[in-house]
Structures are given as C-alpha cells and as structure tokens.
Design a protein around this ligand. Structure first.
Ligand code: UDP
Ligand code: MG
Length: 309
C-alpha cells in the first residue's frame, strides 16, 4: 500500500467542507483498486465561522481525516506549507475546498505519475465566470513573469497538483518566509505533466481574493522570483545621467554662442519634479526588496497551530 496525502486549505468554508469531502471520497473505489491509502489534511487557516466544527464532524465519521487549525489567518500560502510539512504520504496533492479543483481528475493525475512524471499539475484553459478585469491582469502578470523571471510559471496554473515525496521534500527545503508557491513549484524543477480543464465556478461560498489582494500577491511573486525591477531602476539612473550630460553640453554650447538669456524656470521645475519622482520610484523598489529581506531575516514562523487532531 502507498499513502496519498490530500492537503485542503480552508478559510471560512463552512458551506463547502462537507460537500468537498463527499466529492473526494467518490474516488475511494479507485484508491482501493490502486492500493492507495488516504490521509486527508484539512488546514483551517484561522476561520471565523464553523469550518472547524464541520471538519470535526467529518473526523467522527472518517478516521482518515486530520485537522490542523491555525491561531489566526496566515494566508493560503502558509496553509499549503503547513500541509506539506504535516503530510506523511508517498504522494501529496493540494486541493481547494470550493470544488474548483475537481477531485474527479485524481485518477488521470495518478496515470501521469505512472508514465514517469514527478508531478502532475493542472491549469485552466478558460477563465469563464471570472471578472474580465481579473482575467486581464492575470494574463498580463504571467506574460510579464515570462520576460523578467527565469522561473517558469504557467498561465492559468492552479495549485492543484499531485507530487511525489521527492518533490515535496524539495519544496520543504525552501524555507523562505515570503512564499509564492506558483514560483516555488517551477523553481524546484522535476518533470511535470500538465492537465488542462475548463474553469469550474466555485460550488459554494465566496472567493477570498479581491482585486487589491491579488495585486499585492502578484507583487510578492515578482519580488520573490525576479530581480529585474532592481535592474530597471539602475538602468533608469544611467539613462537619466546620460540625458543630463547631453543637456549640460547643450547649455554650455548655447551660452558660448548666444550668451545667456534668462528664461526657463518652468522647464527647470518640470525636470526637478521628474528626476525626484524617478528617484522616489527607485528608492521604493529598493525598499520593497529590503522589506522582504527584513521579514526573511527575522525568521518568524510561517504559521502557528492552535489545534491539531
Ligand atoms: N484560503 C485559505 N486562506 C486564505 C484564503 C483562502 O486557506 O487566506 C483557501 C480557501 O479556503 C480555498 C482556497 O484557499 O480553499 C482558494 O481560495 P479561493 O477559492 O477564495 O480563491 P480563488 O479560487 O477565488 O482564487
Ligand atoms: Mg476558489
């Protein structure tokens, strides 16, 4: 028998947990046939509703189920990391509880591992049902990342991914505090098979991500997996110096030929504003990296457990 650990991050999902469990265990005949034991880890990310009570109900009926409950909301990244740390399985899969990661794909994912892949990942080929503005910026993000980062990130990739123990250990060896799992999956490498499927809308409850949160998350991704913004600010400094040098030459030559008519304070103000703006912009970029470094250096725990069953 081999063991499969299913990691399910949950944050305020009281309506979804039971439904998800029902859908997942529809795979039981397949697991039995393949000789796979199941270990289910519900990671409660500091929910303020009855999520924990719902999971406890499931635990009473099904001994394969475990609960890890955080002391507060640490975010999905922390929940996934906790799940990976606690998982004992030979294979590990991460799934959302809202059924946007269809449990019915699991047999196909296992088939991928049998073909010799280390990991089988999923991506949505459509984004139907998603607000258009969110889709637009998501596409921009992946396009930008392709240009500025060496780490491969697939457009539409979900965190729904089946991995071998070897890959899980590789991910766990990355103990960084600012976690961006989509990048980490790509960074560790290994042979990955991609399964594609049409977007599924959330079964119950509401998304935990608003536009602002996603925007901030995308900055996390950029800063964690690219140093291009730092390069851009250096290049901008050099370009400004060259422009300034040319202007100095121009003014000196003009003075020598035409004398020095007093004029141009509006242009002066514009130039001062522009240069100081660029200055602040570049300092800001530097600050973003420094802030992340600061958080990283403090070595705070990624999550804190309040209850574990
Ligand atoms: N989630 C979490 N902590 C959070 C936010 C979300 O554990 O702070 C979980 C959530 O319960 C769900 C998964 O992460 O199982 C995906 O969240 P959601 O469906 O809201 O994201 P979307 O599918 O809209 O990107
Ligand atoms: Mg969802």
């Amino acid at each position: 028998m081999s063991l499969l650990s299913v990691i399910v991050p949950c944050y305020n999902e009281e309506d979804s947990v039971a439904l998800f469990h029902e859908e997942l265990i529809k795979n039981d005949p397949f697991f039995l046939q393949e000789g796979i034991d199941l270990e289910l880890l519900y990671i409660d990310d500091g929910s303020r509703d009855a999520t924990v009570a719902e999971v406890k109900k499931i635990i009473e009926a099904d001994p394969r189920v475990h609960l890890v409950s955080f002391s507060r909301n640490f975010g999905k990244e922390a929940a996934m990391f906790a799940g990976l740390e606690k998982a004992k399985g030979d294979y590990v899969v991460i799934m959302d509880v809202d059924l946007q990661d269809p449990p019915g794909l699991l047999p196909e994912m296992f088939a991928g591992l049998k073909e010799g892949y280390d990991s089988v990942a999923t991506r949505r080929v459509s984004r139907k049902g998603e607000p258009p503005i969110r889709s637009f910026f998501a596409r921009r993000f992946y396009r930008l990342m392709k240009k500025i980062s060496k780490t491969e990130m697939m457009d539409g990739a979900r965190d729904y991914r089946l991995m071998t123990r070897q890959m899980v250990d590789a991910i766990l060896s990355m103990q960084e505090y600012n976690r961006f799992t989509k990048g980490i999956f790509g960074w560790v490498g290994f042979k990955t098979k991609w399964l594609e499927y049409e977007n599924v809308e959330r079964a119950r409850g509401e998304t935990k991500w608003n536009f602002w949160k996603l925007l901030m998350y995308s900055f996390d991704g950029i800063i964690a997996f690219s140093t291009a913004p730092l390069m851009i600010s250096s290049v901008m400094g050099v370009v400004m110096c060259i422009v300034a040098f040319i202007m100095i030459l121009f003014i000196i030559v003009r003075k020598l030929i035409f004398g020095d008519p007093v004029s141009g304070w509006p242009s002066m103000v514009c130039i001062i504003l522009l240069t100081s703006g660029i200055n602040f912009f570049c300092t800001g970029i530097l600050g973003q990296y420094l802030a992340r470094t600061y958080l990283e250096v403090k070595r705070r725990p990624i999550y804190l457990v309040k209850e574990e069953i």
